[in-house]
Write a protein that binds this ligand. Sequence first.
Ligand code: FES
Ligand code: FES
Length: 153
Amino acid sequence: MRLTATVNGRARTFEVEARSTLLEVIRESLLLTGAKEACGVGECGNCMVLLDGEPTPSCLVLAPDAEGREIVTVEGLAPEGALDEVQAAFLEAGAFQCGFCTPGMVITAGALLRDQPNAAAGEIKQALAGVLCRCGSYTKVMKAMEKLAGRGA
Ligand code: FES
Ligand code: FES
């Protein structure tokens, strides 16, 4: 079946299987490999994208349900390979090790700061609780986020 959606600001039309997930389409059809598959069942948050502006595990969305919607992947956060403010803060803080969870963290963190620019530490932790980091980079993620939210060093 044919799917039309806006992906990273661009209207895209492509063929999908009715049972494909949005994550499969993003990675395999669009070759946007920032969103990662770890659990595949909605528990790790490593596959987060913005779907109509909301952080959403793309492994839980059937591709046909993305028809007509706006999808933003980590590749679409900043133009021309630049870094957005969350990516830059993560880089400065060294808020990753293997980086597998980082796209999900960045997508989720950016949406939080968009909605709550002065988010408190507890709110940041709550927002990021759905993104699991097997390397345990949480302390430096919090350092980056608290700086962005205006309270860090
Ligand atoms: S791969 Fe989607 S939540 Fe884990
Ligand atoms: S940095 Fe490796 S999973 Fe988070």
